[in-house]
Design a protein around this ligand. Structure first.
Ligand code: FMN
Length: 208
């Protein structure tokens, strides 16, 4: 009988890709670490181009320096926040035996969406998502594109039918946001809710 260790239950895979919306991914990372989750983090090449344009972050180029930079920024040690390279095919997220039970891609580009829908697995982000689907693990994609073409919609439908959660980065306004941070938190709260992580960013529906 397989008993899931507390550690694997507490681990999540988080990938940032090159869609607009890096602040969603960074806020989500912060909240996951705050909730005591162990995070395997990946960033696509395009994500690393978008990141400094959208957030107050200038990431070093070397992976080991990026790891240290992120640890400092998020006050996490290497055990809790582990940055993976895009070709680390032997890392835990690349296999059904080691992968965390939940993976989120936030933001998710339409390019990565397409690669996942077709099983391309050309980098570790796409491979980890492919593993999540074949293992029936939780996979949440946070796409950001507008307008959506029939290609994008078709890929989303394919993945939704496989049990993947499509959670577009489309904040509502009924919580009367005071600024951008409130709009970011609207989306992040929904992701945390899907993961079963307690959150106090947004009041539950029905609470005033
Ligand atoms: C500033 C910037 C904003 C972008 N915004 C989006 C976007 O909102 N949605 C999207 O799907 N692609 C967007 N792209 C394009 C993707 O980065 C590009 O398609 C890339 O190949 C995605 O690769 P990845 O999925 O490996 O990250 C943007 C690119 C840049 C530089």
């Amino acid at each position: 009988m397989h008993i899931m260790s507390n550690e694997s239950a507490q681990a999540v895979t988080l990938a940032l890709t090159g869609a607009s919306g890096a602040p969603y991914g960074l806020r989500l990372l912060q909240m996951l670490l705050h909730a005591g989750k162990r995070v395997y983090l990946m960033m696509s090449e395009a994500a690393q181009i978008v990141l400094p344009l959208e957030a107050d972050i200038s990431l070093p180029t070397e992976q080991s320096e990026q790891q240290r930079f992120l640890q400092n920024r998020f006050q996490a040690d290497e055990q809790q926040l582990h940055l993976l390279g895009l070709k680390e095919w032997t890392s835990p997220v690349a296999s059904g035996l080691g992968a965390p039970k939940s993976m989120i891609i936030c933001p998710c580009s339409t390019g990565t969406l397409s690669a996942i829908a077709t099983g391309a697995s050309t980098n570790l982000i796409q491979r980890a998502a492919d593993v999540a689907i074949k293992e029936s693990n939780q996979l949440i994609l946070v796409p950001r594109e507008t307008p959506l073409s029939a290609i994008h919609l078709g890929h989303m439908l394919t993945l939704s039918r496989l049990g993947v959660t499509i959670l577009p980065a489309s904040p509502g306004f009924y919580h009367q946001p005071k600024g951008i941070d409130d709009l970011i938190d609207f989306v992040v709260a929904r992701i945390l809710s899907q993961l079963g992580v307690d959150q106090s960013l947004i009041a539950p529906w029905g609470d005033s």
